[in-house]
Ligand binder design. Structure first.
Ligand code: CTP
Length: 464
C-alpha cells in the first residue's frame, strides 16, 4: 500500500538512495485510508530523524528550511503545503509536545505500541525495508472498519503515559463518529482525574476540535458518561437531570443543549457561535424555581448565563477579547427573538433588538432557530414561522432605519455646545432620550430630526 503522493515518493526515493528504513505513520495513514484530507505527515526513521530530514532538504534544495529540535530528536520540514515531522523510532511514549529527551532508540514495533490508538499506530514502509507494506500489529485496520477507538496496550498504561489521550479518544470518537471500545472507555472513566495534570490549553484545544466537528453531542455525551464533564465543564454538567415536584418536571437542559448545538452545527461552522450554543442555558441551574402557579421557571437565566461567561472563559484559557464578548452577548440576548414572536411584533421591539444585537443579529437568529427542539411538529412549525416573520421585520426595519450599527446622530459634545451645558447628568439624559425616540419610532434616525427633538426636550427640561 504505497500512497500515491509526490511528497511521499520523494521521501521514498531519498530513503532508498540513502539506504534508510523509514515509515509514514499515524494520522496521515489513518486519514488516507478514511479518505479525509490531511496536511500533516509523521515519518518514523529507524535511526536519526534529524539526519534524514537534512538529507531530504538537500535533495529538495531551494530555500527549504528544516527546524531541528535536537533534544527531542525531531525535525520539521515544510514542503508543498505539507508539514512533515521526522522522528527516530523510540521506546517511550510518543508525545508531540513531550519535554522529555529521547532516552532510547527503538524498533518500529516499539514505536507503534507507545502510540495512542490502534488506528493511529498504522505505518507504511517507504524505505529499504517493508517498502509499500502496511504494518498493523494491533489490528488498526479492523478498528477503522468497525469504527472503534482502542488503545494498542492496556489502556491504563496508554492513558497514564499521556493523560491528554483521554481527551483525544473522545475527540476522535466525535470527529470520526466512532465508538470507544469498552475496556478503553472504562479506563477513561477510571483515569479521569489524571486529566488534571494536563495543561488547560491542550484540553481546551480538544474541546474546540469537538465543537468544530459535525456532531459535537457525541463528544459531550461521552464526557458526561465518563464523568470528565464535571471536572472540565462543571457548569455544563450542572444542566443535566430533571426535577419532579407534584408530578411536574422540566426538561433535561443538558440534553436539550446538545440538541441545540447539533442543530446549530448544521447551519454554522463559527466556533464562537457553537460555544454560545453550548453555554446558552448555563444560567438555568442557578435560576431554577418551582411554584405551584407557574411550575418550573428559569427567570433571568439569560442574564446569569451571560455573567458566568467570563469566569468560564478565563478558566478554560479561551480568549477574553471580543470573542468572549460575542459569546456573552448571544447568551444574554438568546430569549429576545423568542419573546418577540407569538404576539404582535412592534417596530420598536425590532429596532431595540437590532440596536442591542448589532452585527450579531443574524447569528442570534440562527441560534434561536436551533433552540427549537420540540418533538411536536406543529409547535416547531409555529415557532419557525414566527422567526421567519421576525427575520422579515428585521430586514425591513434595518433597511429603513439603519439601527444595526447605531451611531447617535447628535453626539454628546454637540449637545453641550449647542445648549451651553457642562458635561454631566443632563447631557446623558438628552442622549438617552434621543436614542429612545429613534428606537421607539418617535423620530427617524437622522440629524435634523434628532436636533429638533433635542431642542424640544431641552425646553421641556427647563434647560433653555
Ligand atoms: N500521538 C500519540 N499520543 C498523543 C499524541 C499523538 O500517540 N498524545 C501519536 C499518534 O500516533 C498520532 C500522531 O502521534 O497519530 C500524530 O499526532 P497528532 O498530529 O497530534 O494527531 P493526528 O493523529 O495527526 O490527528 P490530528 O491532527 O487530528 O490531531
Amino acid at each position: 500500500m504505497l500512497p500515491d503522493n509526490p511528497v511521499l515518493k520523494l521521501i521514498s526515493r531519498t530513503a532508498l538512495e540513502n539506504n534508510t528504513e523509514l515509515y509514514v505513520i499515524g494520522g496521515y495513514v489513518r486519514d488516507m485510508i478514511l479518505g479525509r484530507p490531511t496536511s500533516d505527515m509523521d515519518i518514523v526513521v529507524i535511526g536519526s530523524g534529524i539526519e534524514f530530514a537534512e538529507k531530504l532538504a538537500g535533495t529538495i534544495g531551494g530555500n527549504t528550511t528544516v527546524s531541528i529540535f535536537r533534544n527531542f530528536g525531531t525535525a520539521m520540514l515544510r514542503y508543498d503545503d505539507y508539514e512533515i515531522e521526522f522522528v527516530g523510532a523510540r521506546k517511550e511514549s510518543y508525545r508531540r509536545d513531550s519535554r522529555k529527551p529521547i532516552v532510547e532508540e527503538g524498533t518500529l514495533q516499539d514505536d507503534q505500541k507507545r502510540r495512542d490508538f490502534t488506528i493511529n499506530a498504522l505505518a507504511v514502509g517507504l524505505g529499504t525495508k517493508n517498502f509499500g507494506i502496511l504494518l498493523d500489529p494491533f489490528n488498526g485496520m479492523e478498528d477503522l472498519e468497525n469504527k472503534l477507538i482502542r488503545t494498542p496496550l492496556d489502556p491504563y498504561i496508554t492513558f497514564s503515559d499521556d493523560p491528554l489521550r483521554i481527551m483525544r479518544a473522545i475527540r476522535f470518537a466525535t470527529q470520526l463518529n466512532f465508538r470507544i471500545e469498552q475496556s478503553t472507555l472504562k479506563a477513561i472513566t477510571e483515569s479521569r482525574e489524571r486529566i488534571k495534570i494536563i495543561s488547560q490549553e491542550r484540553i481546551t484545544e480538544e474541546l474546540n476540535k469537538m465543537l468544530l466537528s459535525d456532531k459535537p453531542s457525541i463528544g459531550f455525551d461521552l464526557l458526561e458518561k465518563t464523568k470528565l464533564l464535571e471536572i472540565i465543564l462543571p457548569e455544563v454538567h450542572a444542566m443535566k437531570g430533571v426535577d419532579v415536584v407534584e408530578g411536574r418536571m422540566h426538561k433535561d437542559n443538558f440534553h436539550h443543549t446538545l440538541k441545540v448545538l447539533d442543530n446549530l452545527c448544521k447551519k454554522s461552522d463559527n466556533l464562537w457561535l457553537r460555544w454560545a450554543a453550548l453555554l446558552h442555558d448555563v444560567g438555568k441551574p442557578g435560576t431554577k424555581r418551582y411554584t405551584e402557579e407557574s411550575g418550573w421557571t428559569f427567570h433571568g437565566h439569560d442574564h446569569l448565563g451571560a455573567k458566568m461567561i467570563p469566569r468560564i472563559f478565563r478558566r478554560l484559557k479561551l480568549p477574553l477579547n471580543e470573542k468572549m464578548k460575542y459569546v456573552q452577548k448571544i447568551v444574554q440576548l438568546h430569549l429576545r427573538p423568542i419573546s418577540l414572536s407569538g404576539e404582535e411584533i412592534t417596530d420598536s421591539a425590532i429596532r431595540r433588538l437590532l440596536f442591542d444585537a448589532g452585527d450579531q443579529t443574524d447569528d442570534l437568529m440562527m441560534l434561536c432557530e436551533a433552540d427549537i427542539t420540540s418533538k411536536n411538529r406543529e409547535t416547531v412549525r409555529r415557532h419557525l414561522n414566527n422567526f421567519r416573520l421576525v427575520r422579515e421585520k428585521l430586514r425591513e426595519i434595518e433597511e429603513k432605519d439603519a439601527i444595526r450599527n447605531f451611531q447617535p446622530p447628535v453626539r454628546g459634545d454637540e449637545i453641550m455646545e449647542t445648549l451651553g451645558l457642562p458635561p454631566g447628568r443632563e447631557v446623558g439624559i438628552l442622549k438617552k432620550a434621543i436614542k429612545d425616540a429613534i428606537l421607539d419610532g418617535v423620530i427617524r434616525n437622522n440629524r435634523e430630526e434628532a436636533r429638533r427633538f433635542m431642542m424640544e426636550k431641552a425646553r421641556e427640561m427647563g434647560i433653555i
